[in-house]
Ligand binder design. Structure first.
Ligand SMILES: NCc1[nH]cc(CCC(=O)O)c1CC(=O)O
Length: 309
């Protein structure tokens, strides 16, 4: 009997497509299914269409997810593949992050034209980044640099760098690996001094939470340690109510059945920051992250958060 193919939704950027193809390959291998058991459905989102303004200004969570989520909710899609980093902490009713693929390298990659390392950039060099976290972390380490907003797909940013619009840029190592573009990297940044975004490097799969058939399909490709780390990092983000305007970093790692979490919040100019370290059992991942978020929020005090708005 010919079954209807599972419909996998994705955005159309090269990175998103690579992630959707990787997910399909994992599903084919896990279930011994042929390629045509899955159909990859490409949707354009608001975040893809508005490219001339910083994401933090267009505002609104779910900029890259709304169209996919509508089609998941009404059954036109069975699953949607995302970068966990781009996923808001609150999802529409009835949808959830049902599986996480094993995480790639979490580090940020530095791509320098004027110097191979962030610390070697000449005084007053220009760094392009659209991420508030990266902007704040750069300013924290190198207050002399000028940081400009720099949007577009990975390829667009590399082209702008090549044209000399900036002296350096930063991109996720994981994304460059998935695009087969690691040759451009001149330095991998230490996650202690340059902590990644919550979710960085992990592909997640969103689906209807009440759909048993899809839950069974996804169970064998879920990576338990990645899931625990992600729940922890998203707990941290949620406790800080990370809007798109907040520089927040957070990384949970699993070793010996224990989670260790490191998180940081910064003012956009990088002049003030608060960091936190927490260890705990895997089973309490989300709570551990949420507690860390609450503590760092209390420590920072409300005046700290005023500087964000
Ligand atoms: N917001 C864009 C985005 N979302 C996920 C990745 C990279 C892949 C990942 O972190 O999983 C990127 C590009 C980048 O930060 O370089």
């Amino acid at each position: 009997m010919q079954m209807k193919p599972y419909r996998i939704g994705t955005r159309g950027s090269p990175l998103a497509l690579a992630q959707a193809h990787e997910t399909r390959s994992r599903l084919m291998a896990a279930h011994g299914l042929p390629e045509d058991a899955f159909e990859i459905v490409v949707l354009s989102t608001k975040g893809d269409r508005v490219t001339d303004r910083p994401l933090s200004e267009i505002g609104g969570k779910g900029l890259f997810t709304e169209e996919l989520e509508e089609q998941l909710s009404d059954g036109r899609l069975d699953l949607a593949v995302h970068s966990s980093k781009d996923m808001p902490t609150a999802l529409p009713e009835g949808l959830g992050l049902v599986a996480f693929l094993e995480r790639e390298d979490v580090r940020d990659a530095f791509i320098g034209r004027s110097a191979p390392r962030l610390e070697d950039l000449p005084l007053n060099a220009v760094v392009g980044s659209s991420s508030l976290r990266r902007q704040a972390l750069i300013r924290r380490l190198r207050p002399d640099l000028s940081v400009i907003t720099f949007r577009g797909q990975v390829e667009t940013r590399l082209r702008k760098l090549g044209e000399g619009q900036v002296d350096a840029t930063l991109l996720a190592h994981a994304g460059l690996k998935r695009l087969g573009n690691t040759g451009v990297i001149t330095e991998l940044l230490d996650p202690e001094s340059f902590p990644p975004a919550p979710g960085q490097g992990a592909i997640c799969i969103e689906a209807r939470t009440n759909d048993e058939r899809i839950a069974e399909l996804l169970a064998p490709i879920n990576h338990a340690d990645t899931e625990a780390a992600l729940l922890c990092e998203r707990g941290f983000l949620g406790a800080l109510d990370g809007s798109c305007r907040t520089p927040i970093a957070g990384l949970a790692r699993v070793a010996g059945g224990q989670l260790s979490f490191y998180g940081m919040i910064l003012t956009p100019d990088g002049s003030v920051w608060h960091d936190i370290r927490r260890e705990g059992p895997l089973g309490d991942a989300a709570q551990l992250g949420a507690d860390a978020g609450a503590e760092v929020r209390d420590r920072a005090g409300s005046s700290f958060f005023d500087s964000w708005t």
